[in-house]
Design a binder for this molecule. Structure first.
Ligand SMILES: Nc1ncnc2c1ncn2[C@@H]1O[C@H](COP(=O)(O)OP(=O)(O)O)[C@@H](O)[C@H]1O
Ligand SMILES: [Mg+2]
Length: 327
């Protein structure tokens, strides 16, 4: 991974943590000169070796890049800009009889660490397909999905490690009805990571408490409301400690009075610095909290930008027509 450093702060002697990560360069991982980066009066200190490869540029060993990414995701001041997930020229089509449906028609999108990106657009515009392509649930025909610069969409690559790093929650929460909320949340890490229920209990308990589910760990799904079940589904994904979370219209199946409690969970998660991508029809929420909005139309990102621009001053006629219908 190559970073541009910000200016050195004369007062503290450290670099200001303004970094733009360009790409992983696996062949250049090596030992380096010691230094520190990501330190200022407001941010935590992130020490790691530096190896200058050009003025204000360093190559970071991968393990330190991870540390930096974690720091960036939790940095309340968002000085650090890391490109986490990058989609380039994604295409996907389906054959239905003699008809070919182009569902994604060359989508380019960059998602930075700690950002909340919202995908909006009419039903059938390709939002779910795009989200599914991000964690390799949907094969792509062309283009690439880069996770920290690493092409995870290479043919033949095992998708399992990627899906551990990128969690996903769907509209239908699909909890197992014969298992308690706790057992539902513990299932994947028990199977995938071989952890015991007891080892998982503190983490699951903390997540249940954080998301207002404290008294519900031993309840079965049919004893919980839709909003509570969806929050358990979010906890189930978070127990795997993902670095990025994808949410596909997770409030669409809920009664209106239950939508707020699930949006609150997303709000809290965003505040922790989680990198999140949401397909959503909750325009008020997107407008309030998203860092970036993408309007999808017939398999392309027709228009994108910060919410204040996209909602207040859309450039494209089709964006205007869509917003007029939903706002
Ligand atoms: N497995 C599939 N086979 C055929 N067509 C599909 C398949 N999955 C999605 N599509 C089509 O792709 C288009 C986009 O779907 P989707 O990504 O679900 O859009 P959105 O989530 O925005 O509603 C739709 O026209 C849908 O019918
Ligand atoms: Mg969808």
């Amino acid at each position: 991974m190559v970073c541009d450093l910000g200016a050195r702060d004369d007062e503290t002697g450290c670099y200001r943590p303004i970094l733009v990560v360009h790409e992983w360069i696996p062949g250049r991982v090596g030992d380096g000169e010691s230094g520190s980066l990501g330190h200022d009066r407001r941010c935590a200190h992130v020490p790691f070796p530096l190896r200058p490869t050009a003025p204000r540029r360093v190559t970071l060993p991968r393990r330190h890049s991870r540390q930096l990414i974690r720091h960036a995701a939790h940095c309340p001041h968002r000085h650090i800009v890391l490109k986490r997930l990058k989609l380039t020229a994604l295409t996907r089509s389906f054959e239905q009889g003699d008809v070919r449906i182009d569902v994604l028609r060359g989508v380019d999108l960059t998602i930075e660490a700690g950002q909340m990106v919202c995908l909006i657009g009419a039903s059938g515009s390709g939002k779910s397909t795009l989200l599914r392509a991000m964690n390799l649930l949907e094969p792509i025909d062309d283009g690439a999905v880069l996770l920290d610069g690493d092409d995870i969409s290479e043919p033949g690559r095992d998708p399992t490690p990627v899906r551990r790093r990128i969690g996903m929650v769907f509209q239908s929460y699909n909890l197992f009805p014969h298992m308690t909320a706790f057992d539902n949340a513990a299932l994947a890490p028990r199977r995938v990571k071989g952890l015991s229920k007891e080892a998982l209990r503190p983490r699951i308990e903390a997540l249940f408490t954080q998301f207002g589910l404290k008294g519900h760990m031993e309840h079965y799904p049919d004893q919980l409301s839709g909003g509570q079940q969806q929050r358990v589904a979010i906890v189930r994904a978070l127990v795997m400690e993902p670095e990025i979370m994808l949410f596909d219209e997770i409030t669409s199946a809920l009664d209106p009075e239950l939508v707020g409690e699930v949006l609150d969970v997303l709000r809290q998660l965003h505040a922790t610095g989680m990198t999140m991508v949401l397909a959503t029809h909750e325009m008020g929420f997107a407008r309030e909290l998203a860092d970036h909005i993408c309007f999808l139309d017939a398999g392309t990102i027709l228009e994108e930008g910060p919410p204040e621009t996209l909602f207040a001053d859309p450039k494209e006629e089709r964006t205007r027509a869509f917003l007029a219908r939903v706002l």
